[in-house]
Design a protein around this ligand. Sequence first.
Ligand SMILES: [Zn+2]
Length: 75
Amino acid sequence: MMPGSDFRSFADPDTEFVLDVSETPRTVDGFKPGEPTGKVICPHCGEAASAPEYIPHPENCRQSGVTSEWYERTH
Ligand SMILES: [Zn+2]
């Protein structure tokens, strides 16, 4: 399966987010290995949230302002 086609909004040239994927058995965290947990991670600061616009970026994260752009395009 080719990654990317379902997540184009996350691969936008000016935004960069990673979908959290479970690495543990379902008995540990409720998700099977390889299954998305529903969390989105900012690779620049490492913070995560249920959606990109909710990630609590620190002030020095260069993506602290781009989450609103993503939000406007998808809502
Ligand atoms: Zn960030």
